[in-house]
Design a binder for this molecule. Structure first.
Ligand code: ZN
Length: 360
C-alpha cells in the first residue's frame, strides 16, 4: 500500500540540538537533532505528499543523505509516538460523508495512526447498534450526540410522554411534541436532523426486568442506561449485559454530584462487584450497619440543561470509546464524579472485582 505518512497538526519546537513535539496537553516528545535532519524530516512529513520510498530524495534536496531503511525506521518511530497519520486516508469515504463528518474525522485523527485511519473509526460508529434505555434528560441528550456522531442505529426505549417541564433540558423536544410519546418525538427529531443518518427505532415500553433488556438488546453492540428506576435498574442492566456479552454505560445526578461509569463484562469489575464491595464495607463500618434511614434522599430532578448536556456528553464519549475503540474506556469499573456544588471537582475511583461476584 502506498501510504503517504503525514505529520498531524501538532506544534514542533526547534531548540539547539533537539526538537520538541507538542501534541496532547502536558505531553511532549523530545528528539535529539544535532544535525537538523529530524527537523528536515518533520517538515517533509508535514507536507504529507511522499511515500517512505520517496523520502530519501526529498531529504537529499535538503542536504541530508539517508537510506530508505532509515526513513522507514524513523517513520515507524514517529508513528509509535502517535504524531503521524496517512495522508488522504479519508478518501475511501464518499464526499457527502466526508463533509458531514469532517469534525468527527478530525477528532478521530487524535487516535489515528498509519495503520488506523480516522475513516476506520467513523465506519465503526456507522456500524454501531445502541440500545438506549431512557429518552429523558440524559437519554435524549445521548441520542442527539449519537446522531451527531453518525451512529448506525439506536433502539430508543422509553414509556413517558413529553411534558412542559422537559423543555428546560430535553432539547430534542419542543412545544408541538407535548403529550406525544418521547420515543416518537425523538425518532422524528433524528429524522429531521440527519437525513439518511442514524436509524432510530422507537420502543414505547417501560423497562422493568432483565429478560426485557435481554430481548431489546439482542444484536446490539452496547447498552446506554439513562433511566434511574426501578431502584436496582443498574443491577438489572448489569445482569442483562452479561447475558448479552456487551458493555454498558450509565450516569446520573445524585443531589449535587454528577456521576458516570461503565462495565465491560468479563473485562472490568461489574456493578454486582460494586454492590458486594459496598455491602462488605458496610460490615466494616459498624456505626452504619443496620441503621435505619429516617429520611431517604428524595428524588428531585435538578438537572438543568447544561447539567444534562454535560452528563450526556461524558456518557456518549465513553460509549464512543466502546463503539470505535479510539482509546480504552476510561470508566470501565471506575466511578467518575463531578461535584457541581464544589468548583466542578472531579474524582475517579476504580472499584475492585469482588471474589464472591456470581457474574465475574
Ligand atoms: Zn462482578
Amino acid at each position: 500500500m502506498r501510504v503517504m505518512p503525514q505529520l498531524k497538526p501538532i506544534s514542533v519546537i526547534q531548540r539547539p540540538d533537539e526538537v520538541i513535539l507538542l501534541g496532547r496537553a502536558l505531553e511532549a516528545t523530545y528528539l535529539d537533532d544535532a544535525d537538523g535532519s529530524v527537523t528536515a524530516l518533520l517538515q517533509v512529513l508535514a507536507e504529507g505528499s511522499r511515500t517512505v520510498a520517496e523520502l530519501p530524495a526529498a531529504m537529499h534536496r535538503r542536504g541530508f543523505t539517508v537510506t530508505e531503511d532509515e526513513m522507514a525506521a524513523a517513520v515507524a518511530a514517529l508513528d509509535d509516538v502517535g504524531v503521524l497519520l496517512g495522508a488522504g486516508a479519508d478518501a475511501g469515504l464518499d464526499p457527502a460523508t466526508r463533509r458531514r463528518h469532517e469534525s468527527n474525522l478530525r477528532f478521530y485523527d487524535l487516535y489515528a495512526g498509519l495503520d488506523r485511519p480516522s475513516a476506520q473509526f467513523q465506519r465503526a460508529m456507522a456500524a454501531a447498534d445502541v440500545l438506549l434505555l431512557g429518552a429523558g434528560g440524559m437519554g435524549s441528550g445521548v441520542l442527539q450526540s449519537l446522531v451527531g456522531l453518525g451512529a448506525g442505529r439506536v433502539r430508543l426505549v422509553d414509556f413517558d410522554v413529553v411534558e412542559e417541564k422537559n423543555l428546560a433540558r430535553q432539547f430534542a423536544y419542543d412545544h408541538d411534541d407535548l403529550g406525544r410519546p418521547k420515543v416518537d418525538a425523538a425518532r422524528d427529531w433524528a429524522a429531521r436532523y440527519s437525513r439518511d443518518g442514524t436509524v432510530v427505532e422507537a420502543v414505547h415500553e417501560r423497562v422493568t426486568d432483565v429478560d426485557a433488556i435481554v430481548r431489546l438488546g439482542r444484536g446490539a453492540s452496547l447498552v446506554v442506561c439513562a433511566i434511574d428506576s426501578p431502584d436496582d435498574v443498574h443491577l438489572r442492566v448489569n445482569e442483562a449485559c452479561f447475558a448479552l456479552g456487551i458493555p454498558f454505560v450509565t450516569g446520573g445526578l445524585l443531589y449535587s454530584t454528577l456521576f458516570y461509569w461503565s462495565v465491560e463484562p468479563g473485562v472490568s469489575a461489574c456493578r454486582m462487584c460494586l454492590e458486594l464491595n459496598r455491602a462488605e464495607q458496610g460490615e466494616r463500618m459498624p456505626e452504619l450497619a443496620g441503621q435505619s434511614v429516617v429520611l431517604p434522599m428524595g428524588r428531585v430532578n435538578r438537572a438543568t440543561g447544561p447539567v444534562a448536556q454535560l452528563l450526556a456528553g461524558f456518557v456518549t464519549m465513553e460509549a464512543g470509546r466502546y463503539l470505535t475503540r479510539t482509546d480504552p474506556p476510561v470508566a470501565a469499573g471506575v466511578y467518575h464524579t463531578i461535584e457541581l456544588a464544589d468548583g466542578m471537582r472531579a474524582t475517579r475511583d476504580p472499584w475492585p472485582r469482588n471474589p464472591r461476584c456470581p457474574l465475574c
